[in-house]
Design a protein around this ligand. Structure first.
Ligand SMILES: C[S@@+](CC[C@H](N)C(=O)[O-])C[C@H]1O[C@@H](n2cnc3c(N)ncnc32)[C@H](O)[C@@H]1O
Length: 240
């Protein structure tokens, strides 16, 4: 899907995004908990780049856990970023955040961030070379050995014979959690996941992250279709 269409969809969803996806809070809570542990060795005053920050869920968690960290939220949807700005003000962390409305290429490549997060973002980039380029853009902005934590929808969704694929399990989670109740919307989601979102095997996503300039990505989390990897910026990675 074109970037402008994706941004328009998130602009439309921004006002209700947290209420709707909050029904999957146990999954996101577990991912945030593990992410905090993965990043726990960073300096007290670490600088974190959050690409596709949306309404800021991962930043709000990390900011509470690490009270001196600074965050740069990169988010193309102005409406999603505005929701995050309000939440950051309510939580008293706005002074520790830079709110950057746009894509990563509009942010200087100063190689100064200690770590980056990118949660449920690269899946929207259908072309594998472009997707590796997205991760390269993150690597270019990290200090040497800076850490990436990335999550995406992934898995074997096709199913074989009478064994359903992971997508069917995931759609049951959508229904059971009350995230999506309308049968028409479930069908739309089934179609979107095979057409508008690049749902690959976990091994393939790991390979794309490595191509993007990271060493041996480790798959450290899976809940349903949500998978997450962490990896260090490769030694050989040079700023482009
Ligand atoms: C599914 S939401 C996830 C938001 C947040 N990271 C979370 O986990 O709650 C994906 C976000 O990525 C943004 N996005 C989509 N494509 C992007 C891109 N190429 N670069 C940066 N952000 C992007 C969208 O606007 C949206 O806010």
């Amino acid at each position: 899907m074109q970037q402008e269409k994706i941004t328009a969809i998130f602009d439309q969803q921004a006002a209700t995004y947290d209420e709707k996806w909050g029904r999957l809070a146990p999954i996101n809570g577990a991912l945030h908990l593990l992410t905090g542990s993965v990043l726990s060795g960073l300096p007290t005053s670490a600088r974190i780049l959050c690409v596709g920050a949306g309404t800021g869920a991962e930043i709000l968690y990390l900011a509470r856990k690490f009270p001196d960290w600074q965050f740069t939220a990169v988010e193309p949807s102005a409406a999603m970023l505005e929701v995050f700005r309000c939440r950051a003000e309510e939580a008293g962390i706005a002074s520790r955040c830079v709110f950057h409305c746009g894509y990563l290429d509009s942010l200087p490549q100063d190689g100064s961030f200690d770590a980056a997060t990118s949660f449920l973002v690269s899946q929207f980039i259908l072309d594998r070379t472009d997707r590796a380029g997205f991760f390269h853009g993150i690597a270019d902005r990290l200090r040497p050995e800076g850490i990436l934590v990335s999550s995406d929808l992934a898995g074997d969704i096709s199913g074989t014979g009478d064994r359903p694929g992971l997508l069917e399990v995931w759609l049951k989670v959508m229904r059971g959690s009350g995230t999506i109740v309308d049968p028409g919307e479930i069908q739309q989601m089934r179609e979107a996941y095979t057409r508008d979102v690049a749902v690959l095997l976990p091994r393939e996503v790991g390979e794309i992250i490595a191509l993007g300039g990271f060493d041996s990505p480790l798959l450290f989390f899976q809940a349903g279709m949500i998978h997450a990897w962490h990896a260090k910026r490769s030694h050989g990675q040079t700023d482009s």
